[in-house]
Design a protein around this ligand. Sequence first.
Ligand SMILES: Cc1cc2nc3c(=O)[nH]c(=O)nc-3n(C[C@H](O)[C@H](O)[C@H](O)COP(=O)(O)O)c2cc1C
Length: 346
Amino acid sequence: MPVQDLRDWIALMESAGELRKVLGADSDVELGVIVDQYQRRMELPALLFDEIKGYPKGFRVLANTLTSTRRIALTLRLPAESSKMELVQAWRQYAKQYPKIPPRWVSDGPVNENIRKGDDVDLTMFPAPKWHEDDGNRYIGTGCLVIQKDLDTDWVNVGVYRVAVHDQKTAGLYISPGKHGRLIMEKYWARGLDCPIVVSVGQDPTLFFVAGLEIPYGVSELEVAGGLRGEAVQVIESEWNGLPVPATAEIVIEGRIPRDETREEGPFGEWLGYYASGRRPAPVIKIDAIRYRNDPIILGNLPAIPPNDDTYYRGILRSAAVWEQLEQSGIPGIKAVWAHESGARS
Ligand SMILES: Cc1cc2nc3c(=O)[nH]c(=O)nc-3n(C[C@H](O)[C@H](O)[C@H](O)COP(=O)(O)O)c2cc1C
């Protein structure tokens, strides 16, 4: 079954016995605690939360996605029974070239089922979890795509950067120094401009997979994701800022990052298992519009004490990179390489 969006992925995992539904959880910490317990052991099912306390039935959160070898294999369009080493080898071959397919512009898509603009914008209508008890915010963006365009070229960058809910029309954004999204944002600011931004919340996990990788400066993750899928990512042009909006995304936030405004954001429990920073001023997103599918699904990625959702799949990528380096340095007869899950993020 070809996976085009998050719903296809969920259907695929359900048929493979890789998904469990959880009803009635509270998005204020309880949901995060459940995911935390699940992801400490690999091979447990992905979790789809519905009937979340205080939100309409059908407004869902998916988490614990890439914590089984089988789910990672299926997400990468590889045979379901691939072993960890086969995944490492497959990624090693793939990453030598990063084949690319440019996105395809389309005029419409399921993300347009609901469009709220101006006074109707309400970011608080979605069950964005407060994942850990000492988090300073609810976070709608953890398994999200942050999409921006370079001011001087056609390069569209996509990164995974956390997105907090501040109020109905304002989100918070944390991008650490040196990340491409931050360089792009600062370029706009240096010229006295607000930075246009699109945030996609809930999409084919292959896009999330690629967006979290350190793809070289100037190369678009949308093209790399197309290459990985063997099929172009379909995008709609945002009528607010011209950026590409993934046509089958679950929820999309369109807006701008003003250069002269910050708001207190964090702390946030991080992937090494502690709160990496305190509460401090961070950029905001002024939201012009929100689109969402009927019964939208937030794709969550919970950073927590390792191993966690992030470190499992990154372990495979890291192992592939180390294997490649070892072979290139002339070491013969390598049988296997494994980067431990607790330190797998670069
Ligand atoms: C689940 C997940 C969450 C992440 N959260 C953040 C974040 O909040 N801020 C950040 O700067 N980088 C974060 N990263 C790391 C970046 O996504 C990663 O370094 C990526 O390569 C950045 O894209 P860029 O190379 O285009 O800047 C996260 C990565 C993952 C996989």
